[in-house]
Design a protein. Sequence first.
Length: 141
Amino acid sequence: MGLNDSGGVLRPIVLIALLAAAAPAAAKELVVHTDESWVFSISGGQPVRARRVKPDAKLEKGQVLVTVRSMMGTTMTITSNNRTPYLYRAELIGVAGGKTVAARACTLPADGKVAFEHWPQQAKAVRLSTFRRTRDAGNCP
């Protein structure tokens, strides 16, 4: 049987290729380097539609603003204009010889409240991912 359309082999292959091309790209984590600010939304537990902005950018409904700085280690401010708080994963990149280490992360509060994170390690960037809604509006777990 050949790969021509008369044998019916080509149609399923073409259909699978078209479906794969139409599928949205998988959401990925966001890496924020020191002295950068980013705005993003959350979809499927991951940052989406991320773009670099000035630290004083105004948030639209459903957006999150994050800024990372080098200050006595690494500091991060993160503000969410969502109606629910989130837990999330934070990793410090480029610590002590280029290592990546998991970092404790506080709850991201809802309704425009700011969370301030500080880690004593000096990092080149912070990787954010795995956002999960929570009912706990407390600051740190």
